[in-house]
Write a protein that binds this ligand. Sequence first.
Ligand code: NDP
Length: 242
Amino acid sequence: MKSNDKPLIVITGASSGIGAATAQLFSEKKHPLLLIARRIEKLENLQLPNTLCKQVDVTSYDQLQEAIIEAETLFGPADAIINNAGVMLLGDIATQDPLEWKKMFDVNILGVLHGMQAVLPGMKERQRGTIINISSIAGRKTFPNHAAYCGTKFGVHAITENAREEAALHNVRMVTIAPGAVETELLSHTTSQEIKDGYDSWKKEMGGVLSPIYIASSIWYAYNQPQGVNIREIVLAATKQQ
Ligand code: NDP
């Protein structure tokens, strides 16, 4: 890597929605990227320069670590990871398939922890780096049929803040981004049609939700501060969202 080159940024869940918009933005800012998701064809279709696309399931620490080592060999050390991969399977605790809870905890919590551990030793050694975890406004307040999802996102807030206090001693920054509703594929995996219809009506009533580009911009804002400035948390939502 030449001294004036921008450092490597790792983005998980970059095949759609917030992750894809964030990949586009960091690429426009000339960062080399490691993009991670299971649908590799969607990563490759973004056609971003200086980008390694890897088919990785973030629930596997080994797959994630291997991809990061390969990208660091190509582009130099990762200066940031954006742990964005996530799933939202809304449901009523009384009736929801427990496997859906497991999936959310595996991806939304363990996936985030895997991403943190894969880069943190190198960042501590270099005494710089930024870990940005995508939580949700559902990590700060509750919503109908969100109990397990809220559990994962409250967890992301707690994990990030606790890890921030420890990483601060090594000049490593930790950021929580908490978006309100955003227009992406996220809702499509919920299995109850009734809950999906209710969510869609709620979005219409508030006059629409945010575009992913606003979340990407908030991630860029937090990352782009000097290393001595840690934006700890950003909460952003459509103005009319409660
Ligand atoms: P999308 O469904 O559009 O994107 C989710 C991304 O996560 C996809 O790229 C998907 O890729 C990836 N992903 C899911 N499971 C895995 C896995 N096991 N391994 C690797 N990648 C995985 O939704 P969003 O863009 O909305 O979601 C991004 C993040 O933003 C999530 O953490 C979500 O909870 C959070 N968020 C979203 C809000 C919204 O209203 N949309 C509001 C608040 C927070 P693939 O399927 O190819 O693996």
